[in-house]
Design a protein around this ligand. Sequence first.
Ligand code: SF4
Length: 269
Amino acid sequence: MLIMAKSLLQQVMLKVEDKVASKPSFLDKEALIEKIQHGYIVNRVDKFQTKKTFAPSTIAFSHGECPRYWYLAFEGAVFTDNADAYGGANMTAGTKSHERIQEAMGNAGILKDSEFKVTYDDPPIFGYGDVILDWEGMDLLGEIKTMPNEGFEYRKIAGKPKTGHLIQLLIYMKILNRSKAILIYENKNNHELLIFPVELNEYYFKWVENAFEWMRNVRKAWEDKTLPEKNYRSNSKICKTCPIKDACNNAGSGVIKIKSLEPLDDKAL
Ligand code: SF4
């Protein structure tokens, strides 16, 4: 029944699209859409960058766990931006949503700070925290994340945050010396909110200590000019989306073995 309803809906949608596309008009609609889409990517160009610090938001995802990535990023490399127009729009929407949610928190009288710098010396880390809320006598550190309906509903059912988001928050919690913090999720489709309180436990504590030690080792490898070997096949998912895969391919095989950052165990959340 559900399948029948779906295919009926698809047929209706296709007919509507056909109608819209074939209707004569004074305007080249496709050309105008393409022009607007170009606006999302026109400033997203490949550029040579030298990273000075680890970024918690990068550590938490994909190539951020690769020691070779950080070595080459500290050395300097051309970073390729793979985002298409929709990817660019999505990222901008995320940034604007943060501003809107922070404004609502301000209007509600609970916002103490927002977009504040979070830094650490050894290992060198730099990032921006989203919010500090004044909540029931507590200075509550919070990270805001937006996601489409499917992901949001999945998080509700799972009853736990995405590990990447938690990793970022745990790094901030260590630097800012907090044992409690929150992840605030917003549904991109209907703006529904979901909050996960996070309390430092023994597992999180050990994981984050280990992550800081790993960053120190990777940084030392760069200071000693000892390039880490590749930990992945070049057709791996992680390498495919790595922004400096060309630099990596041209850098040689490497001289030391450093394990990738240990993932946070999803079952322990
Ligand atoms: S291409 Fe793969 S191995 Fe090379 S830096 Fe990127 S993630 Fe690491």
